[in-house]
Design a binder for this molecule. Structure first.
Ligand SMILES: *Cc1c(COP(=O)(O)O)cnc(C)c1O
Length: 800
């Protein structure tokens, strides 16, 4: 492998010619990207091999992180920088007359997720490897990502296929030798042997071959390289006899075709259940195989393996591992159950009833007959046990058992089969303990714990914002790059006017970069000296993009009415994908775009008020959007956002949080104090009381601002059609405003005024941004991973 620039250039040149059979100058940027990616992967392969060998020879425990999503973002720059060969490579390319940026821009974001949940998994992979923990990912190799989002001339979201692997994926390696046979449908034949023990045979099943593709997860400045294993469904060598052969091929193909388009409402689809069992079954099988290579039996599985369930999507791990232990390795129920509980733990990501995963038992009986039997037995044994624990409350059993009225409650199953359950921010965990899982806390008092989310400071600061990284290095040295505690070294400098000025300069550079990006993407010109206020996240009613755009409409109306009222220049940026079936969310996107079209073209206001919707929000966009923003909009209805991680990325890049007391905003607020963020709106406790007497119509009647804003939704003001936004109006008025938008409107307007006032004092503003950066070390996912390793996984570091 190349050791210096000269060797890199020679090898790159040689590989390009050998791979494509033409002169280097004749190869396309995509071919150069693939060649460079392959070289980087091969460079990491020795470390990858060493990591596997050392894990085995040190007999180290390892973690398997099961997640339906890994929203990785581009890998090239991150891998080069983590390996410490970025300078060699970029300089070498330059000497060959090749633009690194052009090559890097060839890479599509891997389409392996929706939003925050998948991005968390990706940050964990980076942190675990960087901290020398052996944490492997297990997921599906989706051929199409969520969707690419366009905005049409009416301002509507249009979805296009995201064929992210079209040009190829240089990071993955197909491992046919580790393929697994997965069985669906069929019947279970029960027999008894001479000892009276039961045996189960799966007859007439439809077989699918799960083929793994491994991607290296490369740690920063270490030799640890972990594995993200992506499973791809392929037709088995025998097709089911009773089904049409071509139907079988297309059924198999469907399993890995597409990411499910929503991580917060359950779509109740068979295919989704198939996807879930598919990657669970394959993943469990490969864990067992690996374990038995180094250990005589599965007795000590829980000592050497931890399985983390990222939300309930992989919860079938629990009955599947039971099945393998009992049916394939002859364990009795109690011993198998003990092993499962030692091994498995579960992370909850939502408390919203409609987002809690449920399946009709009928589906499971049909698709996974043996799994259904095991789930029924888990349920039966749980009921008998729980009834004995709390004889005073016979209803408790029926409230907490996994099977209720023919429906499987996935969270209830996850709870019973795990030795640890965690929430993802302090307030969220409290809601789990006091509300959602209140009953279970009586039965398992120490089960639930908190692990506040984090983000990797490498991708989300060092690599995406090199200007800020340099400022920090120049001010406090480089200790913070390796140890998140040292972010706080910056606190000593927040009052230094020269550091404040330097920060404002960095921010200005990043805002200009963002303005250029916005222009290239949308054609809109934004003023890089205006205050840039950004809300970027999935479009969902509870995240309240609607509240944001209503405030913009209010400002516009007030300026139109009163020529003496003018605000300092503001740019409001939105970026959000709506699930393709989520009509309300799509309507909000259209509203934002219609408001933007009108306001941006009004000569009265356009110098001070600008609204831009950036299509196709993704990790790569966030890497430019976050560093270029002044204000971070985190305005979900209190109690609804489990944690949020967008809030942490903005904070780390010196944006001020404008937010509610929800999710990790609560912890941001405790860390920076009210002088350094702007908090508004009803608290969870206040909403718990308000919900019983809330009347949204009163707000509409009594607040002229709300009245005027809402009337534009039903009088054709934005695009001439009076019914266009009636759905939004009806949600607020007829359906009584589920997410308390109107209840928080006044407070939000005042919060916007407060943040504008603060922005006007440039040096105190800069000081606040610096305090935010200094306190953001807590939100490094290095910290989160340390906590999981210590409190849940009992995991030791790998030593080279
Ligand atoms: C961080 C991130 C998210 C999560 O944002 P929240 O504000 O926490 O919902 C979603 N999508 C992408 C592309 C991200 O980078």
């Amino acid at each position: 492998m190349f050791r210096n620039k000269r060797e890199f250039k020679a090898e790159f040149h040689r590989r390009l010619v050998e791979a494509y059979g033409c002169e280097m100058e004749q190869t396309s940027p995509a071919e150069k990207y693939l060649t460079l990616g392959t070289m980087v992967r091969d460079y990491a392969s020795n470390y990858w091999k060493d990591t596997k060998n050392e894990t085995a020879s040190q007999d180290l425990k390892q973690v398997y992180y099961f997640s339906m999503e890994f929203l990785l973002g581009r890998m090239l720059t991150s891998n080069l920088k983590n390996l410490g060969i970025y300078d060699i490579v970029t300089e070498g390319l330059q000497e060959l007359g090749i633009s690194y940026q052009e090559i890097a821009d060839q890479e599509n974001d891997p389409g392996l997720g929706n939003g925050g949940l998948g991005r968390l998994a990706a940050c964990f992979m980076d942190s675990a490897a960087s901290e020398n923990y052996v944490v492997n990912g297990n997921c599906i190799r989706y051929r199409a990502g969520l969707f690419r989002q366009f905005i049409n001339k009416y301002g509507e979201q249009v979805e296009m296929p995201d064929m992210w692997m079209r040009i190829g994926n240089p990071w993955e390696i197909r491992k046919l030798k580790h393929a697994v046979d997965v069985k669906f449908y069929g019947q279970i034949e029960v027999s008894y042997d001479e000892n009276g023990d039961m045996h189960f045979r799966h007859r007439h099943a439809s077989h699918v071959l799960a083929v793994p593709y491994d991607m290296p997860m490369i740690g920063a400045h270490t030799k640890t390289v972990n594995t993200l294993r992506l499973w791809s469904a392929e037709p088995a060598d025998v097709a089911p006899r009773d089904r049409d052969y071509r139907q079988y091929l297309s059924d198999v193909e469907a399993i890995c075709l597409n990411v499910y388009p929503d991580d917060s409402t359950e779509e109740g689809k068979y295919l989704r259940l198939k996807q879930e069992y598919f990657f669970v079954c394959a993943g469990v099988h490969s864990i067992v195989e690996t374990h038995l290579k180094n250990h005589p039996s599965l007795d000590n599985l829980g000592e050497k393996v931890a399985i983390q369930l990222n939300d309930t999507h992989p919860v079938l791990v629990i009955p599947e591992l039971m099945r393998v232990l009992m049916d394939e390795y002859g364990y009795a129920w109690d011993k198998a159950w003990q092993i499962v509980k030692e091994t498995v733990s579960y992370t909850n990501h939502t408390v919203m009833a409609e987002a809690l995963e449920k399946w009709p038992m009928q589906y499971i009986e049909n698709l996974l007959p043996r799994i259904a039997m095991i789930i029924s037995e888990i349920d039966r044994r749980y009921c008998a046990w729980a009834w004995q624990q709390c004889p005073d409350d016979p209803d408790l059993v029926s409230r907490t058992r996994p099977l209720r009225d023919g429906t499987l409650h996935m969270a209830a199953l996850a709870l019973i089969g795990s030795h640890a359950v965690n929430g993802v921010a302090g307030i969220h965990t409290e809601i789990l303990k006091n509300d959602l899982f209140r009953d279970q806390v009586r039965l398992y008092p120490h089960l639930i714990q908190n692990k506040t989310n984090g983000v990797t400071p490498r991708r989300w600061l060092m690599y995406c914002n090199p200007e800020l990284r340099k400022l920090l290095d120049d001010t406090i040295g480089t200790a913070w790059e390796k140890d998140y505690h040292h972010f706080e070294d910056l606190l000593k400098h927040v009052d230094d006017p020269s550091v404040q000025e330097a920060f404002l300069d960095v921010k200005q550079v990043r805002k200009e970069k963002l303005a250029a990006y916005v222009r290239d993407l949308t054609g809109e010109i934004i003023d890089p000296s205006s205050m840039i206020d950004t809300q970027a996240k999935r479009l969902h009613a509870y995240k309240r993009q609607l509240l944001n755009i209503m405030q913009v409409i209010y400002l516009y109306q007030r300026m139109k009415r009163d020529p003496s009222f003018r605000i300092a220049p503001h740019t409001y940026l939105f970026a959000a994908k709506a699930a393709s079936s989520y009509t309300f969310a799509k309507s909000v996107i259209k509203l934002i775009n219609c408001v933007a079209a009108k306001i941006n073209n009004d000569p009265d206001t356009r110098d001070v008020l600008k609204v831009v919707f950036l299509p196709n929000y993704c990790v790569t966009m966030a890497e430019t959007l976050v560093p270029g923003s002044d204000v971070s909009e985190q305005i979900s209805t209190a109690g609804k956002e489990a944690s949020g991680t967008g809030n942490m990325k903005f904070m780390m890049n010196g944006a001020i949080t404008l937010g509610t007391l929800d999710g990790a905003n609560v912890e941001i607020d405790s860390l920076v104090g009210r002088d350094n963020d702007v908090i508004f709106g009803h608290t969870v406790e206040e909403l718990n009381t308000l919900q019983y007497h809330y009347n949204a119509y009163d707000y509409y009647q009594q607040d002229g601002r709300i009245h005027d804003v809402l009337d534009t939704l039903i009088n054709g003001f934005w695009n001439g059609s009076a019914d266009e936004f009636r759905m939004i109006y009806d949600e607020l008025i007829t359906r009584n405003d589920t997410y308390f938008v109107l209840a928080d409107f006044d407070a939000y307007v005042k919060a916007q005024e407060e943040i504008a006032r603060r922005y006007a004092s440039r040096n105190t503003w800069a000081r606040s941004c610096l305090v935010n950066i200094a306190r953001s070390g807590y939100f490094s996912s290095d910290r989160t991973i340390e906590e999981y390793a210590h409190d849940i996984w009992d995991l030791q570091k790998l030593h080279f």
